[in-house]
Design a protein around this ligand. Structure first.
Ligand SMILES: NC(=O)c1ccc[n+]([C@@H]2O[C@H](COP(=O)([O-])OP(=O)(O)OC[C@H]3O[C@@H](n4cnc5c(N)ncnc54)[C@H](OP(=O)(O)O)[C@@H]3O)[C@@H](O)[C@H]2O)c1
Length: 295
C-alpha cells in the first residue's frame, strides 16, 4: 500500500459518508476527496456558514448538517435528524491542546469533544453504519494515559496531556468497538487512523515551543495528512481493529499503511473500563445488532 494517494480511492458512487469537522484542515480534505470520488458526503459541522463556504468549493455531492460535539444534545439531534443509513462515519473533528475549558455538559473539552461526543455519536448510529467507523487519533497518543480522573477534576490541568489522553481514548475506543462489532456478528468494522503532522488550523494555532517540539519538524500538507483517513475509510483491504498512519520516519509523514500504536492502546481491560465510564457519562448505551437484522 506504500505510495497510495487519493487518486487510488475506489469509486465512491452510491456511498454516503459522514465527516465530522468538515470545515477545516483534514475534514475539508476528506470531504473533498470522497465527494470527488463520487460519495455523497454529509458534512457535520458546528458552524453552518463556514460549512457552506467550504461546500461551495467542493466539486461533488455534499450535504450540511449541524453537529456541535461540545454539546451532547446536539449529538442526539444530529443522530435523530439523520434521514438514512450511511456507509462510513469518520470521527475526525477535534480540538488540540486548548486551555482548560468545559463543554455544555461540563466535561473537560478534550475529553468531551474528542472522545465522549464521538463515542456517543457512534453509539447512536452504530446500527446505521454499513461499512466502517473511522476514528481519527494522533501520534501523540503515546504521551497519553487514560487516568481514573478522566475529567481532570483532581489533577493539575496540562493541555498537551489532556489532548494526548483523548487521543489514546480514541484508540482504546476504536479497538474496543471492533471487538464488540465482531462479537455481535456485525460486518461493520472499526478502524483508527492518524495523519502524522499536518499543517492545519489545529496545528498552526499552537505557536508554543512545546507545540513545535512535539510536532518534531515541518508539517506535511493536509492533502497528504488526510491519506491515512481516506485509506481507512475506503481502501478495500482494510481490516477492523487496525490503525492506519503515515509510513515515514516516526509516522510523522508519508503514505498510508497499517501502523503500530503504543501497548496501552491495546489494553482491553482499560478499554472496557473506559467504555463503561463513557456510557455512564454520555448516557448512550450501545446495543449492537448483527448485520442482516437491520433493515
Ligand atoms: N493536524 C495534525 O497534525 C494532526 C495530528 C494528529 C491528529 N490530528 C487529528 O486530526 C483531526 C482533525 O484535526 P485538524 O488538524 O484538521 O484540525 P483543525 O484544522 O483545527 O480542524 C478541526 C475540525 O474540528 C472541528 N471542531 C472543533 N470543535 C468542534 C465541536 N465542538 N463540534 C464540532 N466540530 C468541532 C472544527 O470546527 P471549526 O471549523 O468550527 O473550528 C474543525 O472543522 C483531529 O481529531 C486531530 O486531533 C491532527
Amino acid at each position: 500500500m506504500t505510495g497510495w494517494t487519493a487518486a487510488d480511492l475506489p469509486d465512491q458512487h452510491g456511498r454516503t459518508v459522514v465527516v465530522t469537522g468538515a470545515t477545516s484542515g483534514l475534514g475539508v480534505e476528506a470531504a473533498r476527496a470522497l465527494a470527488g470520488a463520487g460519495a455523497t458526503v454529509i458534512m457535520a459541522c458546528r458552524d453552518l456558514d463556514k460549512g457552506r463556504a467550504v461546500a461551495a468549493g467542493i466539486d461533488g455531492a455534499t450535504e450540511l448538517r449541524r453537529l456541535d460535539l461540545a454539546d451532547l444534545s446536539s449529538v442526539r439531534a444530529f443522530a435523530t435528524g439523520l434521514d438514512r443509513d450511511v456507509d462510513v462515519l469518520i470521527n475526525n473533528a477535534g480540538v488540540m491542546a486548548v486551555p482548560h475549558d468545559t463543554t455544555a455538559d461540563g466535561f473537560e473539552r478534550h475529553l468531551g469533544v474528542n472522545h465522549l461526543a464521538p463515542f456517543a455519536l457512534t453509539g447512536l448510529l452504530v446500527n446505521r453504519v454499513r461499512d466502517r467507523v473511522v476514528t481519527v487519533s494522533s501520534g501523540l497518543h503515546v504521551l497519553g494515559r487514560v487516568h481514573d480522573d478522566l475529567d481532570w477534576e483532581r489533577r493539575r490541568y496540562q493541555r498537551w496531556l489532556a489532548y494526548a489522553q483523548s487521543k489514546l481514548a480514541n484508540l482504546l475506543f476504536a479497538y474496543e468497538l471492533q471487538r464488540r462489532l465482531a462479537a455481535a456478528g456485525r460486518r461493520t468494522v472499526s478502524v483508527a487512523a492518524h495523519p502524522g503532522v499536518s499543517a492545519t488550523e489545529g496545528q498552526r494555532r499552537d505557536t508554543s515551543l512545546q507545540g513545535k517540539i512535539l510536532a518534531g519538524g515541518p508539517a506535511q500538507r493536509p492533502e497528504m495528512g488526510v491519506l491515512p483517513i481516506l485509506y481507512a475509510a475506503a481502501a478495500p483491504d482494510v481490516r477492523g481493529g487496525v490503525c492506519i498512519g503515515p509510513d515515514g520516519f516516526l509516522q510523522r509523514r508519508g503514505h498510508p499503511k497499517v501502523v503500530g500504536t503504543i501497548g496501552r492502546s491495546r489494553d482491553a481491560v482499560r478499554a472496557a473500563w473506559l467504555w463503561e465510564r463513557s456510557e455512564e457519562l454520555t448516557g448512550v448505551h450501545y446495543v449492537i445488532e448483527p448485520t442482516g437484522v437491520v433493515p
